[in-house]
Design a protein around this ligand. Structure first.
Ligand code: UDX
Length: 415
């Protein structure tokens, strides 16, 4: 199929690469020409396993010119939807992309389907996107189609989870639009659910809220376990046998970060409040998550004064497998340690450059040098941290790295 993808972020770039690999003709549109140049040269601007390899072997047309999407059968909107100052979801980029697509629709005489893949709050496609697209003078459901196709990929394994999706949710404005997407995904081995656009939008947000809540709940249980001398990971193992609970996403520690979970929980809270709902659980999910990172510092203070010490940080990315530091727990922890008067020495296999943009003033070094600090905090569970020599050190472990138990003083956050 001839497909255009607007937005070369995680979702857009991974979709572009994977759909190109599957034999589709892809045009990728973004305003960031530097990024486009890298992609055109087969280099991924983000650290994501398999992506470089695919980009080297497929042909993707990259452009900042919306005019180039004029012959696409499918147009995916994959732009970012960050939090605004109040925590609500900013739809600014979605609106801008919709306006630009409308200009293209104005010129077109043939049918195409505009598909919202960006995570948006329920109602966005019907209330914002379609009216903007219809400014072209064309009618949704007649002259062009509209779908919502949320993306559930996980960073660090994005290609794998795109190709092996847990489910495909097709929110369709009308059945002809949905049929186009069904055709695109016909060879995917995943359950497909067809529904309305606003239900599809809600499924995506609700998924991330559920995952976030699961983490905050196991962390709360973990905090209680720690104070009773119980190992939360043993408890989680016992819980996991119950199919209704499931064994996944029960790793207690210092909570969730990243570009999706915190932002999407905030967005649903803000959206709920707009219509007079009090999202009490979701508010607590965020509150507990915020506090959880600081438990590392509290535990550390049981063993030493922080003022004037050098504290080593192992891991800066929000999770292993990525160089993404957005809302990483490391940010909150480093901020607090600096306030307490500690000097920081940090190491991450791939995220140091990204972290330098947030904290240029701290020291960046090797894992061996980090281990020589007065105490070491394990913030991200990178594989290589499972093979370091922790003997003789003081270690506060936020991510359950078993090898670190050999330390002279070892504290797990929830165990
Ligand atoms: C998440 C969703 O999983 C994915 O479906 C959605 O499309 C985008 O948001 P991602 O942000 O890539 O994906 O990361 P995820 O693997 O969900 O981890 C999020 C955070 O939760 C990380 O900081 C991770 O360390 C933390 N986490 C995860 C835990 O603390 N415990 C767990 O058991 C799992």
């Amino acid at each position: 199929m001839r497909i255009s993808i607007i937005g070369a972020g995680y979702v857009g770039l991974v979709a572009a690469a994977c759909l190109a690999k599957l034999g589709n003709r892809i045009t990728l549109v973004d305003v960031d020409e530097e990024k486009l140049k890298l992609i055109a040269n087969g280099v991924s601007p983000i650290h994501e396993p398999e992506l470089d390899d695919i980009l080297r072997h497929v042909k993707i047309e990259t452009t900042a010119d919306y005019g180039r999407i004029a012959d696409s059968e499918l147009i995916f909107v994959c732009v970012g939807t960050p939090s605004d100052k109040e925590g609500a979801m900013s739809l600014e980029y979605v609106a801008k992309a919709s306006e630009r697509v409308a200009e293209v629709l104005k010129q077109r005489t043939d049918y195409c389907v505009v598909t919202v893949k960006s995570t948006v709050v329920p109602g966005t496609t019907e209330e914002r996107v379609i009216p903007l697209l219809e400014e072209s003078g064309k009618k949704a459901g007649t002259d062009f189609g509209v779908c919502v196709d949320p993306e559930f990929l996980r960073e660090g394994k994005a290609v794998y989870y795109y190709m092996n999706a847990s489910r495909i949710i097709i929110g369709e404005f009308d059945s002809r639009s949905g049929d186009m997407l069904m055709n695109l995904y016909k060879d995917f081995n995943a359950p497909v659910m067809r529904t309305t656009t606003r239900t599809a939008e809600m499924i995506k947000l609700a998924s991330n809220c559920f995952l976030a809540a699961k983490i905050s709940l196991i962390n709360e249980i973990g905090n209680i376990c720690k104070s009773h001398g119980i190992d939360t990971y043993e408890v989680a193992r016992g819980l996991g046998y119950d199919e209704r609970i499931g064994s996944k996403f029960l790793n207690s520690g210092i909570g969730f970060g990243g570009s999706c979970l915190p932002k999407d929980v905030r967005a649903l809270i803000a959206k709920a409040k707009q219509v007079g709902c009090e999202p009490e659980i979701l508010e607590q999910v965020l509150k507990l998550n915020d506090r959880q990172a600081l438990r590392m510092v509290e535990l550390l203070k049981r063993h030493m004064q922080l003022n004037g010490t050098t504290i080593g940080i192992l891991g800066l990315a929000f999770k292993p497998g990525t160089d993404d530091v957005r809302e990483s727990r490391a940010i909150r922890i480093v901020q607090t340690l600096i306030q307490e008067g500690a000097k920081i020495r940090a190491y991450d296999p791939v995220a140091m450059e990204a972290f330098k943009k947030v904290f240029p003033q701290i020291g960046y070094t090797s894992s061996e040098e980090v281990l020589k600090s007065d105490a070491v905090l394990i913030v991200t569970e990178w594989e290589e941290f499972k093979h370091l020599d922790y003997k003789g050190r003081i270690v506060i472990d936020g991510r359950r790295v078993e090898k670190a138990r050999e330390a002279r003083i070892y504290e797990g956050v929830c165990w």
